[in-house]
Design a protein around this ligand. Structure first.
Ligand code: ATP
Length: 315
């Protein structure tokens, strides 16, 4: 990362009435870096992204985009590109007309607009659909255009909310490819997603929010090491909720329960595979029948569970 980050959020705090949505979140993203922002529902992701766009005033803390405050400076807002989750295109206008409108709204000069739109149609592979109405394009094409509309004015920071929700795997790959190309051009990219595979695939760094706080941040490898310390992950589902002594046994074995699902437990398999049979027989002896027991190389699912106590995108 370069010395001066494109995005710098410092100790962001925000409450809605009594509810504290952000309890002091700090975050930086450098040029050419993709950061995935993860968190359970209600963790504060949307609030943070709205604050970054300058659409919401923080109670305290600061947001800087290349050194300027997007709430105070139009210049800083123009350095931002926002790609919302819902398709924000005019359905009765053509692909080209939409890009022209979004370009103008984002401040692209009229004489530069034609070339910018041509370039965007080319890199989204939609040149042959340029004169087609949006409502005649496929879902994946609309998503690519939605992305192009947010990036047309060459922002320094691109914010994406669930960029591939509801698209098929082929269209998802195309969008990933576009994001990687934007990143190579030097954009700083923030992706909010519930798709852990997407975060693992694309992100240089991952930040996890939980209950208004950043509870983890790092590369996937760093987060896996912090959560599992080089061990494999054991994941089990009980048939019935455990008794107090059963819970004691499970926590004693280094496992944690999912906060929203008392039957699911997970943790590092500290004793290696040899310890698995022993764990199984201790659980059986304690009257804790196991419906499913899995051992796997830990990935982002286990990391997310470790830091938030919740399951997300379990496959
Ligand atoms: P999700 O993954 O469900 O979209 P999120 O991480 O984006 O969730 P936020 O939408 O930022 O979470 O919400 C954080 C907290 O602030 C939640 O408890 C939510 O109920 C609350 N909240 C969000 N917007 C408002 C609002 N306008 N008025 C009152 N409370 C709000």
């Amino acid at each position: 990362m370069t010395a001066s980050p494109v995005l710098e959020v410092l100790d962001a705090r925000k409450s809605y009435g009594e509810r504290e949505a952000l309890k002091g979140v700090s975050l930086t993203i450098g040029r050419g870096e993709i950061l995935a922002l993860l968190g359970p529902n209600g963790a504060g992701k949307t609030t943070l992204v709205r604050a970054i766009c300058g659409r919401l005033a923080l109670a305290s803390g600061s947001v800087r985009v290349s050194g300027a405050d997007p709430r105070a400076s139009l210049e800083a807002r123009r350095r931002l590109g926002l790609v919302p989750q819902e398709i924000a295109l005019y359905p009765e206008l053509t692909a080209r007309e939409n890009l022209e409108i979004f370009g103008r709204l984002a401040g692209v000069e009229r004489r530069a607009l034609g070339a910018k739109v041509d370039e965007a149609l080319e890199w989204t592979a939609l040149e042959d659909r340029a004169h087609e109405r949006i409502d005649r394009l496929s879902g994946g094409m609309k998503r690519r255009l939605n992305l192009a509309a947010g990036a047309l004015h060459d922002p320094e920071l691109l914010l994406l909310d669930e960029p591939t929700v509801g698209v098929d795997p082929g269209a998802r790959e195309l969008i990933h490819d576009l994001l990687e190309r934007l990143c190579r051009r030097g954009l700083a990219i923030l992706i909010t997603t519930h798709d852990l595979d997407q975060a693992a695939e694309l992100a240089d760094r991952i930040a996890i929010l939980s209950d208004g706080r950043k509870c983890a941040e790092g590369s996937l490898q760093e987060l896996v090491a912090a959560s599992f310390g080089g061990h494999r992950e054991v994941w089990l589902t009980l048939t019935n909720p455990p008794t107090a002594s059963g819970r004691e046994l499970l926590t004693g074995a280094g496992l944690t329960a999912a906060s929203d699902e008392p039957l699911s437990w997970s943790g590092p398999l500290a004793g290696g595979l040899e310890s698995l049979a022993e764990l199984g027989s201790r659980l059986a002896a304690a009257g804790l029948p196991v419906a499913e027991l899995r051992v796997r190389e830990p990935g982002l699912r286990g990391v997310f569970f470790h830091f938030t106590g919740r399951e997300l995108g379990l496959s």
